[in-house]
Structure formats: structure tokens, C-alpha cells
Design a protein around this ligand. Structure first.
Ligand code: AMP
Length: 188
């Protein structure tokens, strides 16, 4: 099972992905987490992406595609993958299709968490106050939303066209969103 959890930043994708890891043994592939890990380790990659991430822009397709390829190679026996925050551009989606096809697999389902942008801004402002993550500051977060709407949202039509997209209410509480996702996965 290859599942894409789709939605704007701070929609709750990471929270739901972690539940699926615990409940179904899937492997979560979050490019945001991988990039943050690269930064904490002080690697060359981490240094290269730090400024771009903090500004709220997307890092290059080449970088995130390489990170995903590496993780697919490292987990040949995974029960399933949850792609969280990837793909975020049309070229990333194409690269994912090619990469999975090379492994005799495909994207099986795309679940879109639909959320209200104003509510997201409120949620992230709170998170910024509590955790101080640089790209949660209101200016950077607005830029992340712009990047989402211009570069990532077009993927909705792509996956709709392929009949893979299911939309759910991402503003519901965590347990309700989780049970909507479970119901979709049980149908596959
Ligand atoms: P996230 O935690 O998924 O919101 O990602 C945090 C930041 O990492 C984003 O604002 C981007 O700068 C970068 N990033 C994460 N995933 C991607 C991706 N698939 N493509 C480009 N940039 C990404």
C-alpha cells in the first residue's frame, strides 16, 4: 500500500501518518522530517537547505526525490509507505510514479485533508509560540501556503484524474480524521 497524505502545511498529515505507523506498521516518509534531521546532524545537505526551509520556500525537486529514493531502497519489505509532504510538485509526482513503477508498485491512494486556511494560520501561530520553529513564524508560514497553493495544489487535479483521490474533512478532531482514513484504507 502506497498512500499519499495530501494537504497544506500544518493540516495534520504528520499526526495521522504517525498513527498509521503505530496501527498498521507502515513506514512514514516525511521529506520535511528528513530535511530537519539533515539540519540537526549538521550535514552538507542540512546546511544547504536551512535558509530555504526557514524562508518557507520549497527545496529543489532533485534533493527531495533523492531522499525518497534512498528510503524506498532502505525499506524493501515495508508493509506500506505513507508519503507525508511529498510529492509537492508535478515533477516530484512523476518521479514517484517512475520510482514505484521500477519496483513493480504504484500510488494506491491519495487522501486529501481539506482544511480552512484561516484556521491553519491560527493553529500555526499557536505552534510557533509554543515550539518556536522558524518556518512557523507568520511571514514564513504565509509563504508556505503560497508555495502550497501554487506548486502543490495542482496535484489535486492530477490524482483526481487518476481516480485515486479521496477528500476528507481535516478540520475534524484527530480521532475522527483517523477513522475516516482507516475506512478508506480498509476499502483497498
Ligand atoms: P514540512 O514539514 O513538510 O512542512 O516541510 C518543511 C519544509 O521542508 C518545507 O517548507 C520545504 O522547505 C521543505 N520540504 C519538505 N518537503 C518538501 C518537498 N517534498 N519538496 C520541497 N520542499 C520540501
Amino acid at each position: 500500500m502506497n498512500l499519499i497524505l495530501f494537504g497544506p502545511p500544518a493540516a495534520g498529515k504528520g499526526t495521522q501518518a504517525k498513527k498509521l505507523v503505530a496501527e498498521r506498521g507502515f513506514v512514514q516518509l516525511s521529506t520535511g522530517d528528513m530535511l530537519r534531521a539533515a539540519r540537526s546532524s549538521g550535514s552538507d545537505l542540512g546546511k544547504k537547505v536551512a535558509e530555504i526551509m526557514d524562508s518557507g520556500s520549497l527545496v529543489s525537486d532533485e534533493i527531495v526525490i533523492a531522499l525518497i529514493e534512498d528510503q524506498l531502497d532502505r525499506n524493501p519489505k515495508a508493509a506500506g509507505f505513507i508519503f507525508d509532504g511529498f510529492p509537492r510538485t508535478i515533477p516530484q509526482a512523476k518521479a514517484l510514479d517512475d520510482s514505484l513503477a521500477g519496483r513493480g508498485q504504484k500510488v494506491d491512494a491519495v487522501i486529501r485533508l481539506k482544511v480552512d486556511e484561516n484556521a491553519l494560520i491560527a493553529r500555526v501561530t499557536k505552534r510557533f509560540e509554543a515550539e518556536g520553529r522558524a518556518d512557523d513564524n507568520p511571514e514564513a508560514f504565509k509563504k508556505r501556503l503560497v508555495a502550497y497553493n501554487s506548486q502543490t495544489a495542482p496535484l489535486v487535479e492530477v490524482y483526481k484524474g487518476q481516480g485515486k483521490l479521496t477528500e476528507i474533512d481535516g478540520m475534524a478532531d484527530v480521532a475522527t480524521v483517523a477513522s475516516s482514513i482507516s475506512a478508506i484504507l480498509d476499502r483497498h
